[in-house]
Write a protein that binds this ligand. Structure first.
Ligand code: P6P
Length: 336
């Protein structure tokens, strides 16, 4: 009689188990998630050797965002593009590092369209602080052709979303719209194992995450909103603390696990936000909502925003429902 298996559930086994609940599934989604896991392993390996093999620093290019491209940004982007291109599951891609859409040649096209930030938090690469890859998955709208219309859609049309955070360990978190599940990469065998199942964002927010140095640019409602949170710390004890890593993916992951709210408000003067809709805010908003949280730009649900361009930006308030709803109340009370 075989011994009971003493190893955990792998990413692929988990996705296949969930696929069994969809009799019409052809296995492409399972394959796509597995391949995203492969891309995460390849990028993780580079991230963890960055200082050793001259991967720190800039390439000298400016990307479409006007940001200096870090060497590791370029490697992460090219890795993600090539793995998805070869997967046979993807027809079209959008990347933070690509000016325009990346088309997959006809014979290798699959049913899905993926938008991704290959390496979020680049400013933290050279100082060994957590960074990550964020991805959003849509089903293509037309079996014959692909176009911008496949990707310029409200985030509520995502069929899945996730991220890989290269932190003290490499963790892959994804949601298929039913649950949010976390897998940790075991470097000793190169496999992801299920470590947190059906994650729920804690209702109580004990972490506030914001770049306070942007205060001069905040809309009127942000000050009172933050004051309301900080006022919870009183003689009876400290109920909230501040944590800001500067990598959205890492700040979000911590808040998803421990409970908290992250804000990057729009700039009062211009009304413009910094964070990108397609491949930063939409995927994390999708995960937040499935985990019982919420995400808005202060006023509008992130997943209802209709992007007009691949690199549209927005403000972001993301975390427990009550915290996000309080932001809307403050905005109604104090204005922008
Ligand atoms: P700031 C990283 O470049 C990023 O897109 C997010 O990961 C992060 O939250 C934000 O920018 C940090 O921006 O203006 O606070 O440095």
């Amino acid at each position: 009689m075989s011994m009971a298996a003493d190893f955990g559930v792998t990413l692929t086994q988990h996705v296949l188990r969930k696929q069994s609940g969809h009799p019409d599934a052809r296995g492409q989604f399972s394959q796509l998630l597995t391949q995203i896991g492969v891309a995460g392993k390849l990028i993780s390996a580079q991230v963890r050797r960055a200082g050793l093999i001259e991967l720190w620093g800039e390439t000298g290019e400016l990307n479409v965002q006007g940001e200096h491209v870090q060497r590791l940004d370029r490697i992460a982007n090219d890795t993600f593009v090539e793995v998805l291109r070869r997967s046979g599951c993807v027809a079209l891609m959008a990347s933070e590092e690509e000016d325009d859409l990346v088309h997959v040649p006809e014979p290798m096209r699959g049913d899905y369209v993926v938008a991704f930030d290959p390496l979020d938090g680049s400013s933290n690469i050279d100082v060994n602080v957590s960074i990550g890859t964020i991805f959003a998955i849509y089903r293509r709208t037309d079996p014959e052709t692909v176009s911008m219309a496949d990707i310029l859609r409200p985030g509520r049309e995502q069929v899945a979303a996730g991220y890989i955070v290269y932190g003290s360990s490499t963790a892959l978190v994804y949601s298929d719209g039913q649950t949010v599940d976390c897998f940790t990469l075991d470097p000793s065998c190169g496999e992801y194992f299920l470590t947190r199942e059906n994650m729920r964002i804690p209702k109580a927010s004990n972490v506030l995450s914001i770049n306070e140095c942007n205060e001069p640019y905040w809309p009127k409602w942000v000050g009172p909103y933050l004051a309301g949170i900080k006022a919870r710390n009183d003689d009876a004890g400290r109920k909230v603390t501040s944590r800001h890593i500067g990598s959205l993916v890492a700040d979000f992951h911590r808040n998803l696990v421990k409970g908290g709210v992250f804000l990057y408000p729009t700039e009062a003067r211009t009304g413009r936000g910094k964070l990108r809709v397609l491949y930063e805010c939409n995927p994390l908003a999708f995960i937040a909502e499935v985990a019982g949280g919420a995400a808005t730009n202060g006023l509008t649900r992130i997943l209802d925003l209709v992007p007009t361009g691949l690199h549209d930006r927005t403000g972001l308030v993301i975390g427990g429902i009550d915290e996000v709803e309080r932001a809307r109340e403050c905005l109604d009370l104090y204005g922008v």
